[in-house]
Ligand binder design. Structure first.
Ligand SMILES: Cc1ncc(COP(=O)(O)O)c(C=O)c1O
Ligand SMILES: *[C@@H]1O[C@H](CO)[C@@H](O)[C@H](O)[C@H]1NC(C)=O
Ligand SMILES: *[C@@H]1O[C@H](CO)[C@@H](O)[C@H](O)[C@H]1NC(C)=O
Length: 490
């Protein structure tokens, strides 16, 4: 649970209140104005964009949009090139220049550093590009299954520790297209309250009944399951056809590890299937990079459906489902995203195979093991330093994601712009990706960050943190502390 400091909550409410009041006020006059101006009459059509999210977009997002969607013009490595933009209309439209600034990248999901050119993966991806072309131009069941696709599925199954796997061209689609194949009307999905949007959409599209349990709270999951099993299906009260509990390995906006052992125990008790989305944990945590099962000591046999994406640790694209042979065959015969979508791009498939080989040490080096040790060290070092500086940091040790709470809407652009001025690029997230009050900067640490990179980031954060006023838990003097670390490092 996130506890907002009392005064911060008050000022955040006040800021949003002010924004909302002025926004509504301006909307009201705009409506009157439009009404007078007959040419903007909708001529019988209902307005296509309405609602709170649209209001939010116009009245908040558009004012600070220079902080989002910044174009980059290089690989998302530890440092990358951010394209400079300017505006002649208060940032309503942003015009790209040919200038770029080299910035420290603290936003990409490049956990193991495979997103940049790699001595083992890149030549193989280029070779594959030449041999197979960028696209198969065909779906898996037609001409879109190359030998590479079969090899990839074998590698993924072996890597995550399941008998079989199926891969898709997009991680988002993996969730949103698989859930409706697994379950439908008469079924029950119990979903963590902070699950990713792809899960939410998959669950809604399935037609199953959806119940939500308090984020990462096994005891609440237990009571929801007990209640729902006692109740049965709506109206008829017949028993549920099946029950699937959907959780994530690392929550991408919270940086939190899932309480997998406890949740698996609850699911076993009620005979509910476990669906685990490892988008941010596979490759990034565990001694050999095998995700939260390995990290938390859970047998993969106890997780029925293992899902993950290749867009983070493997530096590629696509997603996978791993499970029993029976399950994977069923999905391959029934999932529209397998039957009707063009298969994953061959160079992307090769990138995944090669990066898994590096992680497992099958490239003949120990670079994989070094990367895994590095991401862990870097993450734990950075997190503890941020905490010592007094930032309100969410998440668990070992997680490479660490959100720094900003809360107040004015602090979103302030933090982002001040960091960028000092060549540190950060991602800020706000509503609708987070609850309205809980805006944050989300730091993603990579194995490719050096100690100097992290020290630079900490120095900039410390300065900007004081300027913007987001050190909500001030502790010891920071300067002194940073010096201590530098000397320890030498
Ligand atoms: C938990 C989770 N699942 C699924 C996805 C979607 O994956 P992709 O970005 O590869 O489409 C994401 C993306 O960030 C995610 O965080
Ligand atoms: C009013 O109508 C004119 C065309 O007659 C258009 O150019 C203008 O943009 C409209 N103004 C508003 C505020 O919609
Ligand atoms: C527009 O963005 C720049 C930084 O990208 C910022 O310095 C400036 O204050 C913004 N202007 C407004 C009116 O918000």
């Amino acid at each position: 649970m996130i506890t907002i400091p009392y005064l911060t909550a008050l000022s955040t409410y006040f800021s949003y209140g002010l924004l909302f009041a002025f926004g509504q006020f301006r909307d009201f006059f705009r409506k009157i104005f439009d009404w007078w101006n007959s040419t903007t009459d909708l001529q019988g059509y209902a307005p296509i964009c309405l609602g709170l999210e649209d209001f939010y977009t116009r009245r908040l997002y558009l004012r600070i949009q220079d902080c989002f969607g910044r174009p980059i013009s290089s690989a998302p490595d530890a440092w990358f090139d951010v394209v400079e933009r300017y505006s002649n209309d208060n940032n309503k439209t942003l015009i790209r220049t040919t200038k770029k600034s080299r910035c420290l990248n603290l936003g990409s999901y490049n956990y193991l550093g495979f997103a940049a050119s790699d001595e083992y993966c890149t030549p193989r991806a280029i070779e594959t590009l030449k041999r197979f072309s960028p696209s198969t131009c065909s779906s898996r069941v037609d001409g879109g299954t190359t030998s590479l696709h079969n090899e990839l599925e074998e590698y993924v199954a072996r890597f995550v520790g399941k008998p079989a796997a199926v891969v898709f061209g997009m991680g988002y689609v993996t969730n949103s297209a698989i859930l409706p194949v697994l379950i439908g009307k008469g079924g029950l999905i119990i979903s963590d309250s902070l699950n990713h949007n792809s899960i939410v959409n998959g669950a809604r599209g399935s037609g199953a009944t959806i119940r939500v349990f308090q984020h990462n709270t096994p005891s609440h999951l237990d009571s929801v399951l007990r209640e729902q099993i006692a109740e049965g299906q709506p109206r008829t009260h017949r028993p549920w056809k099946k029950i699937i509990v959907v959780i994530e390995g690392i929550y991408s906006m919270e940086g939190e590890l899932c309480k997998l052992p406890e949740i698996v125990a609850v699911c076993k008790k009620y005979k509910a299937y476990v669906y685990l989305d490892e988008a941010h944990s596979i490759g990034a945590v565990g001694k050999t990079g095998r995700g939260v099962c390995e990290l938390l000591g859970v047998d993969t046999a106890d997780v029925d459906i293992m899902m993950g994406t290749f867009t983070k640790s493997f530096g590629s694209c696509g997603g996978y489902i791993a499970g029993s042979k029976e399950l994977i065959n069923y999905l391959k015969n029934n999932c529209p995203a397998h039957l009707y979508a063009t298969s994953i791009s061959p160079p992307a498939a090769q990138q995944i195979i090669s990066s898994i080989k590096v992680i497992l040490g099958e490239d003949g080096s120990n670079r994989g093991a070094q990367k895994l040790a590095r991401i862990r060290e870097n993450s734990n070092f950075f997190r503890s330093e941020l905490q010592k500086m007094g930032f309100d940091v969410l998440g668990d040790n070992d997680s490479p994601i660490m959100p720094i709470m900003l809360y107040n809407p004015a602090k979103i652009p302030a933090f982002s712009r001040e960091c960028l001025k000092q060549n540190v690029a950060v991602v800020t997230v706000a509503f609708p990706a987070t609850p309205l009050l809980l805006a944050r900067a989300r730091i993603c640490i990579s194995a490719s960050h050096t100690k100097e990179d992290l020290m630079k980031a900490l120095e900039v954060f410390s300065e900007v943190g004081d300027l913007v006023g987001i050190k909500y838990f001030p502790a010891e003097p920071n300067k002194q502390h940073l010096e201590k670390c530098t000397t320890k490092e030498d």
